[in-house]
Design a binder for this molecule. Structure first.
Ligand code: ADP
Length: 586
């Protein structure tokens, strides 16, 4: 997974830069080439009339052969040692020079190839050496050619002074009238040609950069694509692992909470009730922790979806009040719900997520307040088809430092760890709350003064299902506060319920919790047993576990439907799985 660290931005920056450099090179090269070629063009026009064709061809062919042999040796035989590389290059240049001196200086023109060779196969440093060697060998070839009498029309013209003095019956008749032939050769032969080589190097280099750049770009995009697929697969594996683990953990926790609930309901011993209360607190804490972890993975993998339903604002706030009030009372904090009476009582939205956000903010407010009050203010700004509700959770707690406010959404981040070491938490709650709000088109506002208190607020637009206002919320709280102790509300000795679960502890909890209602609870530990029982008897309701060995809940439900076993009977599927993707896959 080494390559996965490549960032897309870095790559495009890199290529933009490379392309820019390459384009600048090309422009510069073209300019130099055009100037140099214009200067040399006039002289070359004269040269073509008198060129020794056979000599030129021999020079050309022998240079090409030298070139190819060197490339082959360089590339396939001795590519490793740097010394050997240089040695081969020097040898190559020496051969070209000798070739040029022996045949004609035109060979030097053909030896533009070394630059191509250097550009394609060698490093920039090697290319610089070749350039120097080319200049030296050009000087040697031109002057060597001149002194050995192997010069052509241009050279003769430059060194002797006029064309008339050069050709006489096809014979070389050199009449020296130019007082400085070496300077002429340098100015009109060596320097222009060297400039051409120089320009040629840049052109080749630019073309090479562009071509190799696009090849590299294609390779990196391919690697990125591969890394993306790998990361997605890893993420999927993580999600599936979490789904499985969540099922494994939530099942026993639910059993513990259920069994403990029976102790709380049935025991009359104060000591036992106290222990059971502690078990309940710890199990709920553990369940919340695993739920938070799951929520954050769901959000991360984009699997969190809103489920809008019709809900009662009154009962939502009631539940939240009752859940927060116990903790506030334990800490001797005053809990105030200041709910404006004109709020519409029935709305359409995802009440589960709103409940989670409010519970999170309120439980934080209680957790991080040592004395004073925790207040929830709910007001409504506009009412029509849609109501804009404003929620604010205020506390007189420890507050948050200004510099920490922006980091509050960082996952697993907790502040004042030393001070808060006895306060339980994962550092995930705020992040989850904010993501839920963003999913609902809102965002969280935070105002806080260190050691004075904080205000967490947000606006939420909800569809109004019924214009009837909520009225005096304090009356509702009054009604609800008496509900803390469990009471049997009804009995139904004739009702028959079938519960299907492979985990025996769940069956025990189910039976135990329904005992006071006197409902007849029949049990099955698998899909096949369930089908057998349904064929014999009619039940008023069936509870079906999702994850079971052999025949799982979905297969059992399908079989029930196929056989028409439960016409008009509600079937409720139970699952400890929390990941949406898992449901879709199954
Ligand atoms: P935790 O599970 O630690 O409470 P949260 O994500 O809910 O995680 O909050 C992150 C951190 O923000 C907390 O650890 C705490 O330091 C700070 N914080 C959150 N709410 C409050 C508050 N009402 N007052 C003071 N600090 C708070």
């Amino acid at each position: 997974m080494k390559n996965t660290k490549v960032k897309r931005d870095d790559i495009s920056d890199y290529f933009e830069e490379q392309e820019f450099i390459a384009n600048t090179y090309v422009m510069r090269c073209y300019s130099v080439t055009v100037v140099v070629l214009t200067i040399t063009f006039i002289l070359n026009q004269l040269r073509i009339f008198v060129i020794e064709q056979g000599l030129m061809l021999r020079g050309f062919v022998s240079t090409i052969i030298i070139y190819f042999i060197t490339v082959l040796v360089y590339k396939y035989v001795l590519p490793r040692s740097r010394m050997l590389k240089y040695f081969i290059l020097f040898g190559f240049m020496a051969l070209l020079t000798i070739n040029g001196v022996l045949i004609t200086y035109h060979v030097v023109l053909v030896s533009l190839f070394p630059f191509l060779f250097a550009t394609l196969y060698a490093s920039k440093r090697v290319m610089r050496y070749i350039y120097v060697l080319m200049v030296i060998s050009t000087v040697i070839v031109v002057y060597g050619g001149y002194y050995f009498g192997l010069c052509d029309a241009n050279m003769t013209l430059l060194t002797s002074g006029s064309l008339q003095q050069y050709v006489k019956d096809g014979e070389f008749t050199l009449t020296q009238v130019n007082p400085n032939p070496e300077v002429s050769l340098m100015l009109f032969f060596v320097i222009p040609r060297c400039l051409i080589y120089f320009a040629f190097v840049f052109v080749c280099n630019s073309i090479y950069s562009i071509v190799s750049g696009s090849i590299e770009k294609a390779r990196l995009s391919k690697e990125l694509e591969k890394a993306k697929i790998e990361a997605e697969n890893a993420n999927l594996a993580k999600t599936q692992f979490l789904a499985r683990v969540s099922h494994e953990i939530r099942t026993p926790i639910n059993a513990i909470i259920g069994m403990n609930e029976m102790i709380l309901r049935e025991s009359t011993q104060d000591e036992v009730l106290k222990y059971a209360g502690d078990v309940e607190n710890s199990s709920v804490l553990l369940l919340n922790l695993i739920n938070e972890l799951l929520d954050s993975t769901k959000i991360e993998s984009g699997k969190m979806e809103l489920v809008p339903v019709r809900y009662e604002m009154g009962s939502l706030l009631n539940d939240i009040y009752n859940m927060t009030e116990v903790k506030a009372r334990e800490k001797k904090l005053e809990l105030i719900f200041d709910v404006a009476p004109d709020i519409p009582n029935e709305c359409i939205g995802d009440d589960k997520r709103i409940r989670q956000v409010l519970l999170n903010l309120l439980s934080n407010a209680v957790k991080y307040t040592r004395q004073g009050t925790v207040t929830l203010v709910v007001t409504c700004r506009t009412i029509g088809e849609e109501a804009t509700l404003h929620f604010a959770v205020k506390d007189t707690g420890i507050g948050i430092r200004k510099e920490d406010i922006d980091r509050i959404y960082d996952e697993f981040k907790r502040f004042d760890v030393h001070k808060n070491r006895n306060v339980e938490g994962t550092g995930l709650g705020m992040n989850i709350a904010r993501q839920f709000l963003q999913l609902m088109g809102s965002d969280l506002q935070i105002e806080s003064e260190y050691e004075k208190g904080s205000v967490f607020s947000f606006d939420l637009v909800q569809k109004v299902a019924n214009q009837e206002p909520i009225g005096d919320f304090r009356e509702r709280i009054h009604l609800a506060s008496g509900k803390n102790k469990y009471k049997t509300v009804f009995t139904a000795p004739d009702a028959k319920v079938l519960v299907v679960d492979d985990y025996e502890m769940n069956l025990k909890v189910f039976k135990g919790l329904l005992k006071p209602s006197q409902i007849q609870v029949h049990e099955a530990t698998g899909g096949k047993e369930c089908l057998g029982m349904l064929r014999k008897e009619r039940y008023d309701i069936v509870f079906l576990d999702h994850m079971m060995p052999e025949m799982d809940g979905i297969d059992t439900l399908k079989a029930i439907r196929d056989e028409g076993l439960c016409e008009g009977v509600p079937i409720i599927m139970l699952t400890a799985n929390a990941i949406l993707g898992i449901k879709k896959n199954t």
